[in-house]
Design a protein around this ligand. Structure first.
Ligand code: F3S
Length: 400
């Protein structure tokens, strides 16, 4: 890799141990993937925050970077933690876990990273524009940044995203290059789509089809008449989870869609395929009782919280209901009076975290959710059964 004189001096340690270590990580990565040089980045989203995933070794790695003088050079936000940092006791989090989690967040903030603790940075302030080079971790957010905003990011891991934040650079390969962003398969969607569940089911159906192919193609989706931001975030999380995709093109949505020719090879997704996908995501037997409802994967937007408040107004939930969202979104929901309505109904706000990264294995047997991604992890990580419902149906389930 060809490094600039500044990058060479970073690698030689002129800017301290943390920058040197970061540069070593980036050079190693760039060498593996055949990058010719680094590209400057303007925005980073760092993952690897929950103590449940990071553990002691991860915490040590962070502490070393922080003590080595690490300081971010660009706007950097943080993925969800393993608990609501203000309300962890209500979530039943072990105090020992809470202490370690707080140490992790302190290490990040000491490096200048904003403790947003959310997977939806694009909803509140970390919003890169078309063509901007960024280094994001968190698969759903990467997919959103590439496909909806038109920014350019590879699917970073926690360490490489952090290294990009501390140096302001990332190796130039993969989705930073125009030629690697070309779609090679057209997906015609022949179905009306409505709500986050339909879009999650669509992402899972397409994702599984892409995953089954040897050379995972970048799809160009045609036929989707309308998609809200909430529906798109659901779709991004799902297609990234089930297909490992970091980029798709959607006609009328993806800014660079018109730059490429429509691929000849075409597959169709019909309503029957979508219904099959919905069925597959509901793994629970009809007789099994739902004991946990979680909404907010990816984190709920203010509009979604408002809809939940409308449904729950003057009612009482009879099952555990989690509303997972970002703290900035929760603050706004408080101002709007939504939080009070939901909490009066018995719902629990789990800000800063989610049902996947919180240490809640064994906490529930059957989860109801509108999130295809949450279904995937509830089953694979927590060993629970799933009921894949619409947003409204999931709230109704909480009231039964
Ligand atoms: Fe976000 Fe957690 Fe889902 S990080 S995308 S809410 S698994």
């Amino acid at each position: 890799m060809k490094l600039t004189p500044t990058e060479q001096s970073m690698l030689a340690g002129a800017q301290g141990k943390a920058v040197r270590k970061s540069m070593e990580i980036l050079v190693a990565l760039g060498t593996i993937y055949g990058a010719d040089r680094m590209t400057p980045v303007t925005s980073v989203q760092v993952s690897g925050v929950s103590y449940d995933n990071l553990g002691e070794a991860g915490l040590q790695f962070l502490a070393e970077l922080a003590e080595g003088g690490g300081r971010v050079k660009v706007l950097t936000t943080l993925n969800p933690a393993g608990m609501d940092v203000e309300n962890w006791k209500v979530m039943g989090i072990d105090p020992e876990f809470a202490e370690q989690q707080e140490r992790i967040i302190r290490a990040y903030t000491s490096m200048g990273i904003m403790p947003t603790c959310s997977c939806t940075p694009y909803l509140f302030g970390n919003v890169p524009h078309f063509g901007e080079h960024i280094a994001w971790a968190e698969s759903s957010a990467v997919c959103y940044a590439n496909s909806i905003l038109g920014a350019r990011s590879n699917r970073e891991g926690g360490p490489s995203a952090l290294a990009a934040a501390l140096t302001g650079r990332t190796p130039r390969y993969g989705l930073h290059l125009e030629t690697n962003r070309r779609p090679s398969l057209t997906v015609r969607v022949i179905s009306r789509l409505e709500g986050t569940r339909d879009f999650g089911a669509l992402g899972a159906a397409i994702g599984r089809l892409m995953e089954a192919r040897k050379l995972k193609p970048i799809p160009l989706l045609r036929g989707i008449k309308h998609a809200s931001t909430d529906e798109l975030k659901s779709f991004c999380a799902s297609i990234a989870t089930y297909g490992g995709l970091a980029l798709f093109h959607m006609e009328g949505i993806t800014p660079e869609c018109g730059n490429f020719q429509t691929p000849e090879e075409t597959i169709a997704i019909t309503r029957d395929i979508l219904e099959e996908s919905i069925d597959q995501l509901s793994e629970s037997d009809p007789g099994e009782e739902v004991d946990f409802i979680s909404l907010g994967c990816p984190h709920l937007s203010l509009g979604e919280i408002g809809r939940a408040a409308e449904i729950l107004k003057d009612k009482k939930v009879k099952k555990t209901l989690w509303i997972t969202t970002a703290r900035p979104t929760k603050r706004m929901a408080e101002q709007m009076g939504y939080t009070a309505i939901i909490e009066r109904a018995g719902g629990i706000f789990a800000a800063d975290t989610c049902c996947v990264v919180a240490p809640i294995k064994g906490f529930f047997k059957v989860i109801a959710t509108d999130s295809a991604k949450a279904c995937y992890y509830a089953s694979s990580k927590h060993g629970a059964s799933t009921r894949f419902l619409t947003f409204e149906e999931a709230l109704e389930e909480a009231l039964k």
